[in-house]
Design a protein around this ligand. Structure first.
Ligand SMILES: C[S@@+](CC[C@H](N)C(=O)[O-])C[C@H]1O[C@@H](n2cnc3c(N)ncnc32)[C@H](O)[C@@H]1O
Length: 294
């Protein structure tokens, strides 16, 4: 990843790295003996409550954790467009749409930060754990407001950020990663840089509300609620962590450090299990909903 000075990353280089990471992860994404994105996507759709006949846009749809539950609700009289920057994710979602015979689902490779779509052509914009990946999310939110028809809504999820080491990772990872490993990370992956990139507008509810209102939304609701992340084992959790956003971090660790951290995490996570039972981690998720102001 090409870094500019001061730990800042060039947006194009950043998007290329994100695309590559999710392209490589796509085949296994959310299929690794861990339940997290599925329950979160279903809950997001429950909150957003798309109605039969509505037109939904799912930004950063991945393999469709929110997209397919939304498509079930709109029914064939409605439509759901899923866009993602990673072509392999779109391929996987397309395969699933075919399997489900969901003819009202369309999938396109597109940069969710600047969607090239007609104004006022959607009733609902969704984004599950994807808006955080946009280099200038506040500007993207204003574009989403323009894409919404009168009365349109937006609903997205994000991590609940803490002041800990890695702002976008579940607390368990934050607690277990040795501080010494931080020295190995490039400047743009240092905690401060991550905090600036991922949560400068999302971390505090007040900032988030202000950003949403400035982007053209009203009735902003922010609800933090845990998703029960269930993994068959500590090893399953660690393998899973390579198939989503955390992959970006793993790729920056030297092989030996990576292997050591893997063992350390597996041991610690297995110790949290009840005997041979599954590993259950309550992972806080932020649900943001609002309506377009017009
Ligand atoms: C953590 S995954 C979430 C996927 C899906 N929404 C889910 O809940 O399973 C983040 C997704 O955002 C996509 N993404 C990241 N940056 C993007 C961008 N600029 N435009 C569109 N999609 C993007 C990634 O390719 C990835 O599929």
């Amino acid at each position: 990843m090409a870094a500019k000075s001061e730990g800042k990353v060039d947006d194009t280089a950043y998007k290329t790295a994100v695309t590559r990471a999710f392209d490589r992860a796509a085949a296994q994404y959310d299929r690794m003996g861990v339940e997290f994105f599925g329950p979160m996507g279903r809950r997001l759709v429950e909150r957003a409550a798309p109605r039969p006949g509505e037109r939904v846009l799912d930004v950063g749809c991945g393999r469709g954790a929110a997209l397919f539950p939304a498509a079930a609700r709109t029914g064939p009289t409605g439509s759901v467009l899923g866009i993602d920057i990673a072509p392999a994710m779109i391929e996987e979602a397309r395969r699933e749409a075919l399997k489900q015979g969901a003819g009202h689902v369309e999938l396109r490779v597109m940069d969710g930060e600047r969607p090239e779509l007609p104004p006022r052509s959607f009733d609902l914009v969704l984004g599950s754990y994807s808006v955080i990946f946009l280099p200038d999310a506040p500007a993207a939110l204003a574009r989403y407001a323009e894409l919404l028809a009168d009365g349109g809504r937006i609903a997205f999820t994000s991590p609940v950020f803490t002041d800990d080491t890695f702002p976008f990772l579940p607390p368990v990872f934050t607690e277990l990663i040795p501080r010494s490993l931080l020295a190995n990370l490039p400047a743009e992956w240092q905690p401060e840089a991550l905090r600036r990139r991922f949560n400068s507008w999302l971390g505090q509810v007040m900032d988030l509300r202000r950003t949403m209102e400035k982007a053209g939304f009203t009735g902003v609701e922010v609800v933090d609620e845990p998703v029960e992340l269930v993994a068959t084992s500590g090893e399953a959790w660690v393998d899973w962590s390579h198939t989503q956003g955390m992959r970006l971090l793993w790729t920056h660790l030297p092989a030996q450090e990576s292997a050591r951290l893997r063992e350390r995490l597996i041991t610690a996570l297995d110790a949290m299990r009840d005997g041979d039972g599954p590993l259950v981690i309550d992972t806080p998720v932020r649900y943001v909903t609002a309506s377009v102001r017009r």
